[in-house]
Ligand binder design. Structure first.
Ligand code: COA
Ligand code: ZN
Length: 312
């Protein structure tokens, strides 16, 4: 691993909250986002400008943006599925629009109720609105490493979609592992295919830990020289329109791993653990994150706290 700096995007306020049944208070979300900004994240997905009928939890995207304390060191991004969402995002003065489609037709239909070709046509309208308002666009590809309805996704397809993204002037492509089907082998093939077909296009990796190998996939990405990753506080998250979708890779666990490897992120792990604990209280159920429970490895305990194993 040559790179000693990695850029981590916190997707908790979007991917983490989107499938929570209990609607959280906007003021609580704003406080969490402000805390994430002060913890040092360079980029945060704060919400989605999607239909409130599709994702009721994120209906307050505009109010969130009105109230967060913006900082020049943190880019605030939000998902946009159509022109309507782009107008809303521009009005809310979002820093960056994230458009998304799925590599597989069936998940795209489930998620945005249209074909991949129709999504790409809609993106052209979004590009126009974004250009008029000087907003950069990032392009996500969901189900990039496998689809729960169709199985394997061909690496060539990822290259073809990425090529479309580059032609439309997007900043880069994010490969989303919607239902945790990525493996080190699949990740390597995907990254190599995009690099072959679309040289000089920035790749971001967005893993879910559904099958327990999220951080192994990050290690593969690091070995391939990828420096952009997305993760969620407490390891919560998941797409409501995919079967058995579970949490993202956990931000605290990822930051802990990177820092222990001598890789800088600019993110304060202690502050992040505090945020994850706060979110756990807010949502009212246990989160899968590990480092938020165990703390950093050099956390030292008093010997009086633990019983001594005696025979009798
Ligand atoms: N913001 C707010 N409302 C929107 C909207 C947007 N961006 N886009 C559509 N709507 C509203 C329409 O006004 C319409 O409302 P009405 O019934 O009161 O008239 C309703 O939503 C349906 O609009 P339509 O254009 O027919 O869309 P659709 O039903 O085909 O749904 C999407 C398409 C893309 C809007 C919807 O599937 C969606 O929002 N998906 C997002 C899914 C997601 O976020 N998944 C998780 C991320 S991976
Ligand atoms: Zn996700």
């Amino acid at each position: 691993m040559e790179n000693k700096n990695v850029k981590v995007t916190e997707v908790g306020p979007r991917d983490g909250f989107q499938s929570e049944k209990t609607i959280l208070k906007t003021e609580d979300k704003v406080e969490i986002i402000n805390n994430l900004i002060s913890a040092g994240f360079p980029r945060i997905e704060v919400s989605s400008f999607v239909s409130p009928k599709a994702i009721p939890q994120l209906a307050d995207a505009s109010t969130i943006l009105e109230n967060v304390k913006k900082d020049k060191n943190t880019t605030l991004a939000a998902l946009v599925p159509n022109a309507r969402g782009a107008f809303r995002a521009a009005e809310a003065k979002i820093d960056e629009i994230v458009v998304f489609l799925s590599a597989s037709e069936s998940h795209n239909k489930k998620n945005v109720n249209r074909s991949v070709q129709e999504s790409l046509l809609e993106f052209r309208k979004i590009v126009k609105i974004a250009e008029d308002n000087n907003i950069p666009i990032q392009g996500d590809i969901a189900t990039a490493f496998g689809c729960p309805f169709e199985g394997n996704v061909s690496p060539k397809r990822l290259g073809e979609i990425s090529k479309e993204y580059k032609i439309m002037g997007f900043k880069g492509v994010t490969l989303g592992d919607t239902t945790g089907m990525a493996t080190p082998t699949v990740v390597t093939e995907a990254v190599n295919s995009i690099r072959d077909m679309v040289p000089d296009f920035e790749i971001t990796l967005h893993f879910h830990n559904t099958r327990g190998i999220g951080l192994a996939n990050v290690m593969t990405g690091l070995n391939l020289g990828i420096i952009n990753y997305e993760s969620c506080f407490g390891g919560m998250g998941g797409c409501p329109f995919a079967p058995n979708a579970t949490g993202n890779i956990c931000s605290e666990d990822l930051i802990y791993l990177l820092h222990e490897m001598g890789i800088e992120t600019g993110i304060n792990l202690d502050k992040l653990i505090t945020i994850a604990k706060k979110v756990e209280k807010l949502v009212g159920h246990k989160l899968p994150g590990q480092v938020m429970k165990a703390g950093p490895r050099l956390l030292s305990y008093s010997m009086n706290d633990v019983p001594t194993a005696v025979g009798a």
